[in-house]
Design a protein around this ligand. Structure first.
Ligand code: NZQ
Ligand code: ZN
Length: 388
């Protein structure tokens, strides 16, 4: 285990009824809020009205930025920055999924930056400050509600880039699982696969002597696996929705489950290049790429893949070689993704080999990817080719 330090400042308010505290928590950061939301799901579930009433009752003046896209776009972020400056906004309030929260983070940082907010995503500038941010999460997936990351798409240039800063941790996040009852089946699946992928990126590590961290990871994977199908069968299954939501937050909240371990993140780097060009849901891309990444790298440290197969999927090791056990675990992952309804090939999205070179090249723009196995352009091209 490597040395580490950990500090996560986000206040989590979790449980049914937590959404009744939007007004109170927001108003403690000032009298002017920029309310940021997506394409309308918060209106159809009555959350918009509920939030506006609470904010008004708490004396908060509301300015709005609606229409954040899934895979949120730089042009929309810039509109939000303009609104913050024009109205001297005190707090950005994100109500939605990861896209809304990520856009709000970029807005909160961009509002206090004199240059172009895209500088934060091209590594030209580091985030030094941000407006306070509060979130109300409506989709279990990214962990953005309790981390300092943001991922933004520059649609004109077909680039999707991540940035991060300790200044971007939300001040508070309201996690009311009842708000996720309306999440459609496909986004329940994609969100769950994103959660599992965040764990994979940390669990498949070359760092040794980390039994507690490994078991944290395995327990999240098992909990997601146990709860996805109940949530699909009954979207208002309170226990399943609550468990998925908490798994999502714990899977990516500043690395709590993998402290002292070197992470990988190559599959995310590859997926971001796919969704940058083809605008597919992030979790859908991961469902295709991750099992192929696993097949490509598992021999780098087969004992971790054997452990994964046995502990997470219950593969019986008796009479099998390490290779057979590891591959059975990878196949179980693929079969599970397929069984819950995820796509298994890039071709399912009409993606062919036309852009493979470009995607591989952009993926390594800032250097090779990953640490479990270092991946250069040719490796990434091969994983993408396996995914066609
Ligand atoms: O736009 P609305 O109308 O709200 O609809 C959304 C959207 O169409 C809908 N939805 C959300 N909550 C709902 C709901 N529909 C019905 N009922 C509800 N309660 O779901 C759709 C997808 O939403 P989105 O926010 O795009 O999904 P997700 O949370 O998966 O976020 C994906 C984005 O996050 C980035 C991804 O790359 C992608 O851009 N990521 C952010 C990370 C982070 N900040 O740490 C890490 C991740 O690895 C990821 O890269
Ligand atoms: Zn992800």
């Amino acid at each position: 285990m490597n040395p580490f330090q950990f500090h996560n400042p986000t206040r989590i308010v979790f449980g049914e009824g937590a959404a009744d505290r939007i007004g109170e928590l927001t108003s403690s950061f000032g009298g002017k809020a920029l309310l940021v939301y997506g394409g309308g799901s918060i209106k159809s579930i009555g959350l918009y009205e509920r939030a506006v009433k609470q904010l008004k009752d708490a004396g908060v003046a509301i300015y709005e930025l609606a229409g954040i896209e899934p895979n949120p776009r730089l042009t929309t972020v810039k509109k939000g920055i303009h609104l913050c400056r024009e109205h001297s906004i005190d707090i950005v309030l994100a109500i939605g999924g990861g896209s809304v929260i990520d856009a709000s983070k970029a807005i909160a940082a961009g509002a206090l930056y004199d240059g172009d907010v895209w500088d934060f995503f091209t590594r030209k500038a580091a985030i030094q400050q941000a407006l306070p941010l509060g979130t109300v999460l409506t989709l279990a997936a990214t962990g953005s509600e309790m981390n300092g990351n943001t991922v933004i798409s520059n649609w004109e240039e077909k680039l999707k880039r991540a940035s991060g800063s300790s200044h971007l941790y939300p001040k508070f996040s309201i996690l009311d699982p009842t708000l996720t009852y309306s999440v459609p089946g496909n986004h329940t699946v994609y969100g769950s696969i994103d959660i599992m992928s965040h764990v994979f990126e940390q669990y498949f590590s070359q760092t040794t002597d980390t039994p507690l961290q490994e078991r944290f990871c395995e327990s999240i994977l098992q909990t997601v696996i146990e709860n996805v199908e109940p949530a699909l069968a009954n979207p208002a299954d309170a226990a399943a929705r609550a468990n998925l939501m908490w798994c999502g937050t714990m899977a990516l909240n500043g690395g709590q489950i993998s402290l002292g371990m070197v992470n990988d993140w190559a599959s995310h780097g590859i997926e971001h290049e796919v969704s940058a060009i083809y605008d597919i849901p992030h979790g859908a891309g991961l469902a295709v790429i991750f099992p192929n990444w696993m097949r490509y790298v598992y021999q780098e440290r087969i004992d971790r893949f054997v452990q994964y197969a046995v502990r997470v999927w219950g593969v019986d090791p008796a009479g099998k070689s390490d290779d057979e056990i590891a591959l059975a675990g990878i196949q179980a992952t693929r079969d599970f993704f397929t069984r819950i309804g995820a796509e298994s090939r890039l071709a399912d999205f009409g993606i062919g080999e036309e852009q493979l070179d470009r995607m591989a090249e952009e993926a390594v723009r800032y250097g090779d990817l990953g640490s479990f196995k270092r991946l250069g352009k040719d490796d990434i091209r091969e994983i993408l080719r396996m995914s066609l």
